[in-house]
Design a protein around this ligand. Structure first.
Ligand code: AMP
Length: 279
């Protein structure tokens, strides 16, 4: 496996290639994305294989303190990528991604990024930073396919919509969420949960399991809120939306593909989870 840091090195890689973009502090969820990307590359005789980018993007953090405390574990990350079959890891500096401090282009946000009541209401500017860095990484790395996790469902829809308009040559593929045995979705931020909050955090996956038992959206939302409230968790949102557009579900027959989505602070850690709905 090659370890690359400069735009010049990444430019010299064989194409086509498959990209798995990450912010590092890798865990088994990321590893499954890399295995998936490497398998896809092998099966389709993709000469560049699967490349993992590791870049903590400053422009998608609204709080500087959150950026500063974001975990960084470069040695462990390289080992995980190697074991999962990556051909290369690309860990550029901020200057390499945004040379001379020149701001990279921020594409127009797709409508799905600014749906009321979801991420934008709680992290304004976040998806502008995500779209900016993803577009910039696509420019630098020139992948044919990029793999994103369903764990960040709204992000997956935003990147899919953005790529269709801005980078039509890049196919966006979603990969399923990896969980701990007790149901907690793996996240780089889980390490900041205190033991008590680690127990309370299970309310998110329990709330989703409750939601899929109801085929009425209002009831499903009520069940999620009740399950979270039992652990004194007041979510940023706990909603059922249409899967792709993330629009509220109109009254009448329920669309075929919907998603139940939760974001909630547990102690000092903001967690996200989602599932297809109903069961
Ligand atoms: P991050 O480094 O947290 O920005 O995540 C990099 C990629 O890994 C994103 O596409 C995430 O959606 C994905 N990811 C994060 N956690 C998980 C998980 N538990 N299972 C599967 N994919 C994940």
């Amino acid at each position: 496996m090659r370890t690359l840091t400069t735009a010049r090195e990444i430019d010299a890689l064989e194409r086509p290639l498959v990209l798995v973009p990450t912010m590092g502090a890798l865990h088994k969820g990321h590893a499954s994305l890399v295995r998936f990307g490497a398998l896809m590359a092998r099966r389709n005789n993709v000469p560049g294989g699967c490349v993992v980018s590791i870049f903590v993007n400053p422009t998608q953090f609204s709080e500087q303190s959150d950026f500063a405390r974001y975990p960084r574990t470069p040695q462990e990350d390289a080992e995980i990528c190697r074991a999962a079959g990556a051909a290369a890891v690309f860990s550029p500096s901020v200057l390499e991604v945004y040379p001379d401090g020149a701001p990279a282009r921020v594409p127009d946000l797709p409508a799905v990024a600014i749906r009321p009541g979801l991420e934008d209401a709680h992290r304004p500017g976040h998806f502008a930073g995500v779209c900016q860095v993803v577009l910039r990484l696509f420019e630098l790395i020139r992948p044919t396919v990029a793999v994103f996790g369903e764990k960040d469902w709204q992000q997956l829809q935003v990147v899919t919509a953005m790529a269709a308009r801005e980078s039509p040559g890049v196919g966006i593929v979603g990969a399923p969420t990896v969980r701990e045995r007790d149901g907690l979705a793996l996240s780089s931020r889980n390490r900041f949960l205190t033991p008590i909050d680690r127990g309370r955090a299970l309310a998110l996956s329990r709330a989703l399991a409750e939601a899929i038992r109801h085929d009425d959206p209002e009831r499903a939302q009520g069940a999620m809120r009740q399950t979270l409230a039992a652990e004194s968790i007041d979510p940023d949102y706990a909603v059922v939306r249409e899967s792709r557009t993330l629009m509220a579900i109109p009254t009448g027959p329920t669309p075929e593909t919907c998603r139940a989505l939760i974001a909630a602070r547990v102690g000092s850690v903001r967690l996200l989870d989602n599932t297809s709905w109903p069961g």
